[in-house]
Design a protein around this ligand. Structure first.
Ligand code: ZN
Length: 346
């Protein structure tokens, strides 16, 4: 089968596209015939090699995919999957037995792993995955939109609704509109009846975000004090929730933008991992600083249902064929995208 993979960590020249053996589904696994797959910033981290990450040579990249159920392995009796069924993949894999999994908190499971990160990925014609990780494809979504849904949107879903407990009528600040999670958060906050102020260094992205329903956009390149601008836009009050995936450079802005009793929720470090926090500012203002990674099976179930019923369609930036996968990864790395970059696999 055709696949995009690496055999060693490094820069983009380490990415290869070639033939690999078709996987066989093991116990409890389904074989997904991948129609479309989507890129995530995580693909770059994996390619470069995260600390503690070892490679099974060769390692297929890619977390997000949509396709059809091609085969079921042994012990899939409990699943309601049908052969040929159209499905989207939840890339988060957990033990499904520990106390956290039983509480429906799969992304907090000690053995939580991500397809394409610690497990073989989805930039291939076929991927073998736990049958429980396949969900019905929302019928209103194209194949390209369906592949773009899982990772970014489940991450945003958990950040907004489970971690930050965003309420309708609240206002949030979303840093760096353009990235997959940020755009997802904008769409989901709108669905939920909350208002979003967004930031970017690109006026074009801010304009697009306004068209998608953001109440205000701040170009942080021309704004010396972004937090002061957020305070001004909220009549001195500050926002209820800040959603951040940039990390170090945006934390001081988040701390200065959030209202007393507000919540800052973070899922990424695209701008760097280490920042200084003023603990007095944290406790005096009753600020909650929350981390979040991916989401649970229940988050995924609700997301797929909401995508269908509220017509949440992932914003697509550009679609490439798998054979142009390296160009797609280069585009991802440039940071110029607004929305998701998708691969057409078969
Ligand atoms: Zn578990």
């Amino acid at each position: 089968m055709r696949a995009m993979y690496i055999t060693e960590f490094g820069e983009i020249d380490k990415v290869q596209i070639g033939e690999l053996p078709k996987p066989t589904p093991g116990p409890g696994q389904a074989l997904l015939k991948v129609k479309t797959a989507a890129l995530n910033h995580l693909d770059i981290w994996v390619r470069k090699g995260r600390r503690g990450l070892t490679l099974k040579d060769p390692h297929v990249l890619g977390c997000d995919a949509a396709g059809t159920v091609e085969a079921l392995g042994p012990n899939c009796e409990g699943t309601d999957l049908q052969l040929g069924q159209e499905a989207v993949l939840n890339p988060g894999v957990s033990c499904m037995r520990c106390e956290f999994c039983l509480r429906g908190m799969q992304s907090e499971c000690a053995s939580f792993r991500i397809i394409g990160f610690q497990l073989e990925g989805a930039f291939a014609e076929y991927v073998a995955v736990p049958a429980v990780n396949l969900f019905p494809k929302p019928p209103n979504l194209s194949w390209e939109e369906a592949a773009a849904l899982p990772l970014a949107y489940i991450t945003a879903w958990r950040m907004l609704f489970e971690r930050a407990k965003l309420l309708s009528g609240e206002t949030m600040l979303i840093h760096g509109i353009g990235g997959g999670v940020a755009v997802a958060a904008l769409q989901l906050s709108r669905m939920h009846g909350a208002s979003a102020i967004v930031t970017s260094s690109s006026d074009e992205k801010l304009k697009r975000a306004r068209e998608m329903g953001a109440v205000a956009g701040i170009n942080y390149k021309n704004t010396p004090d972004v937090a002061a601008e957020v305070k001004k836009l909220t009549n001195g009050r500050g926002v209820d929730v800040v959603l951040d995936s940039a990390g170090a450079p945006t934390l001081p802005i988040s701390m200065g933008s959030v209202r007393r009793g507000g919540r800052i929720v973070t899922c990424g470090i695209t701008g760097g991992p280490e920042a200084t926090i003023n603990i007095q500012q944290l406790y005096w203002n009753h600020i909650s600083f929350l981390g979040s990674t991916m989401g649970s099976m229940e988050d995924m179930r609700r997301l797929v249902k909401a995508a269908a019923e509220f017509n949440i369609k992932p914003l697509l930036c550009k679609v490439f064929d798998l054979s142009d996968g390296v160009a797609a990864m280069r585009r991802m790395e440039s940071g110029e995208q607004m929305g998701k970059i998708v691969l057409r696999v078969s």
